[in-house]
Design a protein around this ligand. Structure first.
Ligand SMILES: [Zn+2]
Length: 350
């Protein structure tokens, strides 16, 4: 089986090796070599030492091989920006957090992506994830330097390198979306945060002829509904509905076809229909559009508005003696149809 390459070349470190856990126990300094394939060479016969350890013996190099070396490889991968998504945020303004959280991470996150990325690749954080003392990893890495590649000298690559993104990854994104010149940093950070399918991003940008602002918004807002139906976003953007309404509507039961049916029935624009349906989503009750345009609304001269929580609560309370189970949508539609709580209660109790 081919092993993964973890280091570009072998790294030899000098460690102090002890045969006792006790503080101040005599130590012998010797080299340890970490190989590109993740194996570790020490002057010990480690198989023999494992048997001795099972019998109660101790060798610090065994711990080194089993727990410290894997943490060193993780640290190295982070330094060379081989960790694909080291940090994330929910919106461009942050806060930013390490993708893998540990006890060392500040609860409120970091204001800047650079700060979060620096923390995510620090010996302290990586040691914390590995469950080893930060000091141990810190000593191991103190003499290892990892210079940035030459491509990371200019913008936006320099900032993205600080944020933990390798120029090769930037290049891959650019190639996939067909960008002729680099996008703004915020675009790539969105890609890092939401991890969209790059082909989805490329197709959607192309389909809607996205301007830069829209492209950045797409990178930051890839969501479950896009995963389920990669064409949905293109459809929503084509309606001209306000962007801030698109995401909550996509996360709801309503589709573009619903907005169109609602707009047709109530003789209004798609944007207007989206605003109306969004008020239902906000109210936490989403009857099917066939109901919102059906015979129970035929007496209305304007689109039905979602009854508030208080009215629904009062109606449910009025019906507490009635042995029928009604959903929130049932209650809301009864309020739409009958106008107020008492009349709706009377109709439902019949
Ligand atoms: Zn941390």
């Amino acid at each position: 089986m081919a092993r993964r390459t973890l280091l570009p070349q072998a790294v030899t470190l000098t460690v102090s090796c002890r045969t006792s856990r006790e503080l101040g126990a005599p130590a012998r300094r010797h080299p340890v070599t970490l190989n590109p394939d993740g194996t570790v060479e020490t002057p010990h016969d480690l198989d023999q030492e494992r048997i001795l350890a099972a019998l109660g013996g101790y060798l610090s190099c065994l711990e080194l091989v089993d727990t410290v070396a894997p943490a060193f490889f993780d640290w190295y991968r982070a330094q060379v920006r081989e960790v694909p998504r080291p940090i994330r945020a929910k919106q461009p303004a942050g806060p930013w957090r390490a993708a893998k959280r540990a006890a060392c991470c500040p609860a409120r996150g970091f204001d800047e992506p650079q700060e979060a990325a620096e923390h995510a690749r620090s010996p302290r954080h990586i040691a914390s994830l590995a469950g080893i003392p930060a000091r141990v990893l810190g000593q191991l890495v103190q003499d290892v330097t990892v210079p940035p590649p030459a491509e990371a000298g200019d913008q936006p690559w320099a900032t993205l390198w600080e944020c933990g993104m390798h120029p090769d990854r930037v290049e891959l994104v650019d190639q996939t979306i067909g960008a002729l010149s680099p996008m703004p940093v915020s675009f790539y950070l969105g890609v890092m945060s939401t991890n969209p399918r790059l082909t989805w991003l490329a197709d959607t940008i192309w389909n809607v002829d996205a301007d830069m602002d829209t492209a950045i918004w797409l990178a930051w807002t890839y969501c479950a509904a896009d995963r389920k139906d990669p064409a949905a976003r293109t459809g929503w953007l084509a309606t001209g509905v306000l962007r801030r309404l698109i995401l909550p509507l996509m996360a709801s039961v309503y589709t573009v076809a619903d907005v169109e049916a609602f707009a047709n029935h109530w003789n209004m624009s798609l944007s207007g229909a989206a605003v109306e349906l969004h008020t239902w989503v906000e109210a936490g009750v989403c009857p099917p559009v066939s109901e919102l345009t059906g015979p129970r609304t035929s007496h209305l001269g304007f689109p039905p508005r979602a009854p508030g929580f208080v009215a629904r609560y009062r109606l449910r309370n009025e019906l507490r003696q009635t042995p029928v189970s009604l959903t929130d949508a049932d209650l809301a539609m009864a309020l739409v149809e009958h106008g107020d709580v008492l009349r709706a209660a009377r109709a439902l109790a019949r």
